[in-house]
Ligand binder design. Structure first.
Ligand SMILES: C[S@@+](CC[C@H](N)C(=O)[O-])C[C@H]1O[C@@H](n2cnc3c(N)ncnc32)[C@H](O)[C@@H]1O
Length: 347
């Protein structure tokens, strides 16, 4: 089987491909970071490349279950309450929601959307798993945790005018960047940005905007909740070093340059809230810490502490899980980490 680098080289040939196409192939093409063979375990999880909120432990799923119950009640306790989770990874959040045994359990129809066959195969029996968004299923709630940062984006570089980054191959076989004029559909958007320092970069996140547009069109009445590392304004990142908002990860460590180690490292980008707002203005933007507090994380920790105190002399498995709630909450609400993520809602 071809490696991601070999496959991308064959697609490029003697020409070049835009950076967003390169990122899509490096992550989701043959041999890509999320699609590579079963033997390679990439993605979210304790033994994988990065730790997401559901992977910290069951507490995140428990708070989401409370949020879903509130939505279920607010939407009139429908007999069929459809939740669609996009970019579900190995299905850990769904598992956590069911383990919390929410009030809406008998009505809950939980669909997952996951592009990677290997990750999708791990989803729990309670869910209906899809490789792409189901067009005939209307959701009451749509959730995406750390999906949008993984969607391919177009990258622009200032070189006496904004130019688009494309990827080609040098004589030694390494991948190289070349700059081209913006494509027609990007020109107006990109040229509204003022001149910047030579080499300054900015991301244009068309795939993230398209995702939101499609979700809102398919499920116009849904509450849509996106959890991700995000920035309010695209212009704010232009002055930063690009490695602060375009990051690679491998084995819980920051990875190398995005054109290196192709298919062996994740490529992620901060989500630009102002670009999503062009599709639809959000209802609210909170930090993850604020969101989790709003939906009762403190009560769940207090309940865990009390249970542990009652069982500490003769702890059972449940007592151990209850005890770990406080350390999970600390990680999930850490303002310098997961707690500083943005929770962006529409609906
Ligand atoms: C960073 S992981 C997050 C996984 C999970 N949500 C979590 O929090 O642990 C992003 C996931 O989104 C999936 N993904 C990327 N693009 C997708 C798409 N267009 N449709 C569905 N899933 C996608 C990837 O395969 C990957 O499993």
């Amino acid at each position: 089987m071809l490696s991601a680098a070999e496959h991308i080289a064959s697609v490029i040939g003697d020409d070049a491909i835009p950076f967003d196409v390169f990122m899509s192939l490096a992550l989701y093409g043959p041999g890509g970071f999320y699609t590579a063979s079963e033997l390679v375990h990439h993605g979210a999880g304790r033994r994988s490349d990065f730790l997401t909120s559901p992977e910290v432990g069951p507490l995140f799923g428990h708070v989401i279950a409370r949020f879903l119950d509130a939505q279920w009640h607010e939407q009139g306790r429908p007999d069929s309450f459809v939740v669609i989770e996009h970019g579900a990874g190995p299905g850990t959040l769904a598992r956590g929601v069911f383990a919390a045994n929410p009030d809406c359990a008998s009505a809950l129809r939980y669909h997952t959307v996951e592009i990677s066959d290997r990750q999708r195969a791990l989803h729990p029996d309670e869910v209906v798993a899809h490789a792409s968004p189901p067009v005939d299923v209307q959701a009451n709630v749509v959730i995406a945790n750390e999906l949008l940062d993984n969607l391919p984006f177009r990258m622009f570089v200032y070189d006496n005018g904004w130019r688009e980054a494309w990827v080609t191959r040098a004589r030694d076989g390494k991948f190289n960047e070349v700059l081209r004029l913006p494509r027609d559909e990007d020109s107006a958007l990109v040229n509204q940005f003022p001149p910047a320092d030579l080499g300054a970069r900015l991301p244009i996140q068309r795939a993230a905007g398209d995702w939101l547009r499609e979700v809102l069109a398919t499920s116009p009445k849904a509450r849509v909740v996106v959890f991700d590392y995000a920035r309010e304004r695209t212009w704010d990142v232009v002055a930063l070093k690009w490695r602060e908002w375009l990051r690679t990860y491998r084995g819980h460590e920051r990875g190398s340059h995005y054109l290196s180690d192709v298919g062996k490292q994740d490529i992620t980008v901060d989500v630009m809230i102002d670009q999503l707002a062009l599709v639809a203005p959000p209802l609210s933007v909170r930090t993850q810490s604020q969101f989790l507090q709003l939906w009762g994380i403190d009560d769940l920790v207090a309940e865990g502490d009390a249970y542990w105190a009652a069982k500490a002399s003769n702890p059972d498995l449940r007592a151990m899980l209850m005890r770990s709630r406080s350390s999970e909450a600390a990680a999930l609400c850490d303002p310098a980490g997961l707690g500083g993520f943005s929770v962006i809602e529409w609906g």
